[in-house]
Write a protein that binds this ligand. Structure first.
Ligand SMILES: Nc1ncnc2c1ncn2[C@@H]1O[C@H](COP(=O)(O)OP(=O)(O)OP(=O)(O)O)[C@@H](O)[C@H]1O
Ligand SMILES: [Mg+2]
Length: 249
């Protein structure tokens, strides 16, 4: 007897959270970015890894629409985007709580600020001024401020490059924990190969002048990850090979 033919239902396509197609970006006569296709799914963690001057910060600014002067199309972007910079950029005259809650046009929500202070491990420092904080603590405030607007995507531009290695490890784990709790996507710019691999679902290696994606590495490892995992070491070799091929190192 003939079995009825069963046709598998195709999985519904997931609308990308971010879809930016850059054809080119120049400052005056200097072509900084070439073709770059940047797509992020909801909750995905992607790193941009590349040398100084290849256009990583420029690309983040295009995503955040801080710069709209480029050739290409921003097909989709989340409504709320948070930004964390290399330096914490805190207002020195405002307390920790005020720096977090007065950062946007959203009104000051005391409960949300208190929750974020606890989540980033700064209990007891709500009233402290930035000068009383270590570099790592100040960056925790910056992350809380980035999350205050309840973004679907947090952009981080070399967020941990100014802190020591041990603090960096702690902040990386904090960031992964927050991304999972808040169900947000992360786009992280870094120079640090190990940081990119430890944090990300995908690493985009950006080559020099004009900046384009010369390699995409998928890190198919569950979280939480072990920094000593041999599979991370193998991927490190691949990332270094890609950087070498792109004549970055
Ligand atoms: N506003 C600007 N006006 C003119 N040139 C700029 C401007 N912003 C960036 N550039 C140039 O564009 C290039 C890319 O800069 P960008 O800051 O994006 O690099 P990057 O990859 O973030 O580097 P780094 O790792 O050092 O932060 C650099 O050569 C820089 O001088
Ligand atoms: Mg930069």
């Amino acid at each position: 007897m003939n079995q009825p033919l069963r046709i598998a239902e195709p999985a519904p396509p997931v609308e990308p959270l971010l879809d930016l197609q850059v054809e080119g970006k120049a400052f005056g006569a200097t072509q900084v970015l070439g073709q770059v296709q940047l797509q992020l799914q909801p909750g995905e963690i992607v790193s941009l890894l590349g040398p100084s001057g290849c256009g990583k910060s420029t690309l983040l600014r295009l995503v955040a629409q801080l710069d709209q002067d480029f050739t290409g199309v921003l097909h989709s972007r989340p409504e709320q985007i948070g930004f964390v910079f290399q330096e914490p950029r805190l207002m020195p005259w405002l307390s920790v709580a005020e720096n977090i809650g007065f950062s946007q046009d959203q009104g000051y929500d005391r409960a949300r600020v208190a929750g974020l202070i606890e989540e980033v491990g700064l209990d007891g420092f709500a009233a402290a001024l930035p000068k009383a904080l270590s570099g790592g603590m100040a960056q925790r405030v910056a992350i809380a401020r980035g999350l205050y607007g309840q973004p679907q995507l947090l952009l981080l531009d070399e967020p941990f490059s100014a802190v020591d290695a041990f603090t960096r490890f702690k902040l990386q784990d904090l960031l992964l924990d927050l991304a999972r709790r808040h169900r947000i996507a992360l786009l992280v710019v870094t120079h640090d190969v190990d940081e990119a691999l430890y944090l990300s679902d995908r690493v985009l290696v950006i080559g020099n002048r004009p900046g384009t994606v010369c390699r995409e590495l998928r890190v198919k490892l569950d979280y939480p990850r072990d920094r000593r995992d041999e599979r991370l070491a193998r991927l490190r070799g691949e990332a270094l090979e890609a950087l070498h091929s792109a004549r970055v190192i």
